[in-house]
Design a protein around this ligand. Structure first.
Ligand SMILES: [Zn+2]
Length: 49
């Protein structure tokens, strides 16, 4: 089972990335990615639908 998720910057709350994830374990994604708004790497969190 795959789920389409949006990742948002935890600093500015912009939704910068979209990805697919497998829904196993039930853990929320938390990835460090480059935010073009903050212009630094920030933690990005899976946006809850
Ligand atoms: Zn940001």
């Amino acid at each position: 089972m795959r789920q389409h998720v949006t990742l948002e910057c935890t600093e500015c709350k912009n939704q910068n990335y979209r990805t697919n994830t497998e829904t196993r374990g039930g853990g929320r994604l938390n990835l460090k990615k480059y935010c073009r708004f903050c212009q630094v790497h920030t933690p990005h969190r899976q946006r809850k639908k």
